[in-house]
Design a protein around this ligand. Sequence first.
Ligand SMILES: O=C(CO)[C@@H](O)[C@H](O)COP(=O)(O)O
Ligand SMILES: [Fe+2]
Length: 220
Amino acid sequence: MRTAKIAPSLLSADFGNLQRDVEMVENSQAAWHHLDVMDGVFVPNISYGMPVIRAIRKHASKPLDVHLMIVDPDRYIEAFAELGCDHLTVHLEACTHLHRSLQTIRGCGMKSGVALNPHSPVSLLEDCLDMADLVCLMGVNPGFGGQSFIRNTYKKIMELRTMIDSRGLETLIEVDGGVNLDNTAHLLEAGADVLVAGSFVFGSEDPVATIARLAAVEAC
Ligand SMILES: O=C(CO)[C@@H](O)[C@H](O)COP(=O)(O)O
Ligand SMILES: [Fe+2]
């Protein structure tokens, strides 16, 4: 039976108690920390940047899965590598030369990720899928936590699963946004490998137990 890797999104953490929340993720069954970097241009919100990631890195031994929602991300790839980020995901919609961006991320020693907005079809990855260690399918329009899951994402997960498997690739499918215990089994069955959950984890009474419950869900 398949279960998902869970990556809690620290966007929904208590920034006044960030060390406590990072340590909570460390001591849970979460696989990765998911870090959302927003520039107020690519998305209508500003989150946090390098100084905060540097501080998180000091308290985190699990991989840092960094999701860049910024225009022209190539400018900062090397800087994120120097901070000790493990996975770096850029948005297809923000890259003029996506193939080159993914190549640069790998060249800097990180796992390469590409994220797709809800409006972008997975067919846009036809000619660079082999360059991606991870594809992040947005289950919401990026920019904010706490939004409702867009159901068309299931179809995209299934299409991407077929593309990856038919080419014998090991690219991971990550789903980000609107993940909760009601849709986890369905997302797994569609073919997701990694689930990002922000408000569902940090808004719950017992985040460690919530992560354990998400991590225990099996595809039927
Ligand atoms: O990238 C993003 C939002 O743009 C996410 O990583 C959110 O932080 C997920 O939050 P929830 O939808 O799980 O509350
Ligand atoms: Fe994200």
